[in-house]
Design a protein around this ligand. Structure first.
Ligand SMILES: CCCCCCCC/C=C\CCCCCCCC(=O)N[C@@H](CO[C@@H]1OC[C@@H](O)[C@H](O)[C@H]1O)[C@H](O)/C=C/CCCCCCCCCCCCC
Ligand SMILES: O=c1ccn([C@@H]2O[C@H](COP(=O)(O)OP(=O)(O)O)[C@@H](O)[C@H]2O)c(=O)[nH]1
Length: 887
């Protein structure tokens, strides 16, 4: 046996052992899980309970934020205070918190705005103010996406015995609608639960800071909260410090229920990738241990080892291993559902909320994702978290990340916006950068203007690509669109030159987003990168991020090819247009931003007629069109006197004229309307208000009224340049105000909530607005049982018939089929090779090439068994074949 063979055999033997600790881990998780999660907690009487300060660091809103925060106002605990904190005064979460605080005047709750920067970790910075101001010694840090059961705080405090310094909740998640939510819950209920339960059983510090209660004085002895700002996994290091003070860190039997309103598989995988990066940076041995603790890797290793050592089919071993693993995971998941998720009623051995098939599909999908996730978190040390980017160092400390902080992203958007608005001309040259890329499929150059004008992107054929990229981009910086829009809006408002465009304030947000969309898709392309580089090249003078240098402002420009805006958003149609005139001084005056008002339909029509020709315009046609617009603009009233500069306009030459055309929502002048799709009882309803752009431009407030009960459920007032919302407790903002519409979520839908609604802007009468009706999809209410309230009950069909789910099932089936076929193919190939080898050996024997055999030399022909036969002088059955070729 060669050294290599020997080494391989040793590795194979070790590989055979790997599943054993995993088997132990599975068993420990099951046994400990049953014993631990079902244990009866000894509660202290209310009078003896210590006060608790609950810190809720918030950053942005999601559809479930109101329900999640609301659960903290309803805790069954005698003495506690709620300390909310946000970094940014423009954070929409402020609206949610304020409305809850006013709904629960008897709960001691405060909101802190602004951070105390003690490091790079945004969460720690955000928590510093409440940490300093907390009244009680027991502190509970609880993430924004956590929904708390009424009794959970008591349960956690009950575990806080004198020798304990920190009590953690095992991460789990609420049962929510959709396959992505099942995927998330299944992942927490299997792989993560296995590790955390094992860690708890064996006394490891497996701190997850989503929900952790600790003694402030103990942490203060270790320097307080501030030192943890330098880590991203502050939870792990805080737990470590508490242990080092001689206190125990233990786990509470009630899992922490994450209940984010945005569930998507990609989002969740990105979270896993982020966490994986943190764990392996602070505990490098997990680089090896984590993959080994995954079914796919340990199964593959075992399959190979068994095949190598015994020749037994690796595929069979792999599938059997996966089957056993699946059964363990299934049992653990059932155990984790000990809490009838989110109804907060102990429900022993809770049933699966999905069919076994759905569980299987989610499980297979997760297992198939594992190699991708593991690979991803080893590739890139940069981390994006809630709009901030960090670079991880070994040991767990963080540094500012390489490029693309939010600031830079914003600036890049701005670059595009300037690029779009002003065209891009190299200094002292007639060549426009845009021409270099006009051959790509994303771009078109308006025929005859080619030499002068760089046109915008051709979006007609790729709106969905734009959308996807845009979404990815927003996700990457972990900001809601609304959130980002606020920032951009802010940024835009400060640009003097942009103000000259007189873009309606409410509409700027939309434009900002569209520009960013363009940015994200365009600079993602090869051509875009080139272009981006030329932006940076020294050919271009001036600091583009501030104000365009005069040299760039001269000449023709076009902001958007006529009609392109139409395709960026479903409900947008070109109704407003203006003309920018190049001025002798190099300044740009964009005048005649004409409110087309009643002419809207007419002008839209004329544009629509132009659309087919828009890339083949002749000079004369353009001139005619410009004239037409000018005439239109002269005849319509301007919104304000400084809005027009007709003198300059008329002075300008046509070749200096560029057109900017942008879309306004179709319902510029139409009456306000709303929409509520039919919803099941106890489920989530979506109320969408469609407000005419005019209303938004004039900064009217509006209210959503439940006409059937004559009750206003949402009140939006325009204050300090933004809408301030007062929402009923079961209503939350969707967080995605789109252009002319606002979406609100109502949860849970009760019978009282059904009926007719209207979104009524200030100054409108009820009769002037459209109404919509919240009706129930299914009439029958889910059955109630006495011991298990139906709050957490999920409709049996909840997971089915969803496109995402069906696509995933299909994808899983196809992938599984490919893998199985692939493995079978490999097995057949190996088998055939073995057969060939065998045949070859036999041939060798037959043709007598191996005369050595007769002399008793056996090497190189057969294995040891056959050799023996030969040595014994038997000529039969050598290598399974008689020398004469017969068996
Ligand atoms: C051959 C068998 C070997 C077995 C090896 C076991 C490998 C363990 C595998 C996975 C560990 C999973 C740990 C679960 C935690 C998952 C969540 C997570 O990673 N959270 C981190 C980040 O949390 C967020 O950070 C920002 C903060 O603000 C947020 O609020 C947080 O939620 C968090 O930092 C995690 C810390 C725990 C790391 C310790 C992991 C040690 C696990 C050892 C368990 C081994 C037990 C079995 C031993 C045989
Ligand atoms: O820069 C940040 C990042 C996070 N958080 C808060 O930290 C908590 C955890 O954030 P997230 O849910 O994104 O973390 P995850 O659980 O995904 O690790 C939430 O309450 C956030 O509002 C914050 O205040 N500022």
């Amino acid at each position: 046996m060669s050294v290599l063979e020997l080494a391989t055999t040793v590795v194979a033997l070790v590989a055979c052992i790997v599943p054993l600790p995993m088997l132990v881990m599975h068993l420990v998780a099951l046994c400990f899980g049953v014993r631990f999660l079902y244990k009866k907690v000894k509660m202290t009487t209310d009078e003896k309970l210590p006060g608790v300060s609950i810190i809720k660091p918030l950053s942005g809103v999601d559809p479930n934020l109101t329900i999640n925060l609301d659960s903290f106002f309803r805790l069954n605990y005698p003495l506690y205070e709620l300390l909310f904190s946000v970094e940014d005064e423009k954070d929409p979460a402020i609206l949610v918190v304020n409305s809850l605080i006013s709904n629960y005047p008897r709960v001691d709750a405060r909101l802190f705005v602004g951070v105390d920067k003690v490091g790079l970790n945004g969460k720690v910075n955000n928590m510093m103010k409440p940490y300093k101001m907390a009244k009680h010694n027991l502190l509970l840090i609880s993430d924004s996406n956590i929904k708390m059961g009424e009794m959970m705080l008591k349960e956690m405090v009950a575990e806080m015995t004198p020798e304990v310094g920190m009590v953690l909740q095992i991460p789990f998640s609420c049962t929510r609608k959709g396959f992505a939510a099942l995927y998330e819950q299944m992942s927490f209920g299997t792989m993560q639960a296995r590790s955390t339960l094992n860690a708890a059983a064996m006394g490891f510090t497996c701190a997850t800071g989503m929900s952790c209660l600790f003694r402030r004085d103990v942490l203060d002895q270790a320097g307080g909260l501030a030192p943890y700002g330098k880590y991203l996994a502050e939870d792990y290091f805080m737990a470590k410090a508490i242990r080092e003070q001689g206190y125990k860190v233990i786990t509470s039997p009630s899992p922490c229920l994450q209940n984010s309103g945005h569930t998507s598989i990609t989002n969740f995988n990105n979270r896993l990738i982020r966490w994986g990066k943190l764990r392996t940076a602070m505990l490098p041995h997990l680089i090896v241990l984590e993959p080994l603790s995954e079914c796919v890797f340990s199964g593959a290793l075992l399959a190979w080892a068994v095949d190598y050592l015994t020749g037994f089919s690796g595929l069979t071993v792999f599938l059997l291993h996966a089957l056993v693993w699946l059964l363990f995971d299934y049992c653990l998941f059932c155990i984790m559902l000990v809490i009838n998720t989110c109804s907060f009623v102990i429900h022993k051995g809770g049933p699966l909320r999905c069919s076994k098939l759905e569980f299987l599909v989610a499980w297979i999908l997760r297992e198939m994702m594992v190699p991708y996730i593991v690979m991803k978190y080893h590739i890139d040390p940069n981390i994006s978290w809630r709009g901030k980017r960090y670079r991880l160092k070994w040991g767990g400390e963080i540094a500012p990340s390489d490029p693309t902080t939010l600031q830079q992203v914003t600036v890049s958007c701005l670059l595009v916006e300037q690029f779009l608005a002003f065209g891009m001309r190299r200094k002292n040259s007639k060549t426009y950068v845009g021409r270099r890329v006009d051959k790509t499929k994303h771009l078109r150059t308006i025929g005859f203007l080619k030499d002068k004008i760089w046109t915008s992107f051709y979006t007609q054929q790729i709106p969905s690509i734009f959308d996807n990229l845009c979404r990815t981009w927003f996700k990457a910086i972990k900001r809601t669109q609304q959130d980002l829009a606020y920032r951009l809006l802010d940024h835009f408002s400060n640009l003097e030159w942009l103000q000259k465009f007189k873009i309606y304030p409410s509409y700027r947000t939309f434009l900002a987003l569209q520009w960013c969309r363009l940015y994200s898709s365009y600079f993602g392309t090869k051509a875009g990168k080139k272009l981006n580089n030329s932006f940076k090249s020294k050919d271009v003078q001036g600091d583009l991020s501030v104000t365009p240098p005069p040299a760039l402002l001269q000449g023709s420009l076009i902001m958007d090819a006529p009609g392109d805006g139409l395709h960026l958003c479903d409900n947008v149609e070109v109704t407003s247009l203006g003309i920018c005139f190049g001025h002798e001084t190099g300044d740009v005056i964009c005048s005649n931003h004409c409110d087309l008002g009643t002419k809207q339909a007419e002008v839209s029509q004329s544009l629509v007629e132009e659309l087919p020709h828009r890339y083949n315009w002749r000079d004369a046609k353009l001139t005619a069109w410009v004239k037409h617009i000018e005439n239109e603009c002269q005849s319509c009233p301007s919104p304000s006197s400084d809005d027009r500069d007709d003198t300059t306009a008329r002075r300008a030459h046509h070749h200096d004229v560029g057109h900017f055309v942008y879309g306004l929502p179709c319902n510029w002048g139409v009456r306000p309307a709303c929409d509520i799709p039919p919803t099941d009882l106890n489920q989530l309803a979506t109320i969408t208000c469609y407000l005419p752009e005019k209303v938004l431009q004039d900064k009217h407030g509006f209210r959503v009224t439940h006409l059937t009960r004559n009750n206003t459920v949402v009140n939006a007032e325009w204050e300090d340049g933004q809408y301030m919302f007062s929402l009923e407790v079961d209503i939350s903002m969707d967080g995605q105000k789109q252009n002319d519409r606002f979406t609100f979520k109502m949860y849970p839908v009760t019978r009282n909530r059904t009926g007719v609604y209207a979104c009524i802007p200030e100054g409108y009468k009820q009769e002037e607005v459209g109404t919509c009706t919240l009706s129930l999809k299914s009439v029958s209410e889910p059955s109630r049982s006495t011991d298990i309230p139906n709050v957490g009950k999920v409709n049996e069909n909840e997971y089915t018939n969803q496109p995402e789910y069906i696509v995933l099932v299909a994808a899983c089936c196809i992938l599984t089929a490919i893998i199985v076929i692939g493995l079978i193919g490999i097995s057949i190939y190996i088998h055939r090779n073995k057969r060939k080898e065998q045949d070859h050996r036999n041939n060798v024997l037959e043709t007598g090439e191996s005369k050595t055999l007769m002399n008793g030399h056996t090497k190189d022909i057969c294995g040891p068994e056959e050799s023996k036969t030969f040595l014994n002088g038997h000529t039969k059955d050598i290598c399974g074949m008689a020398p004469n070729g017969h068996n």
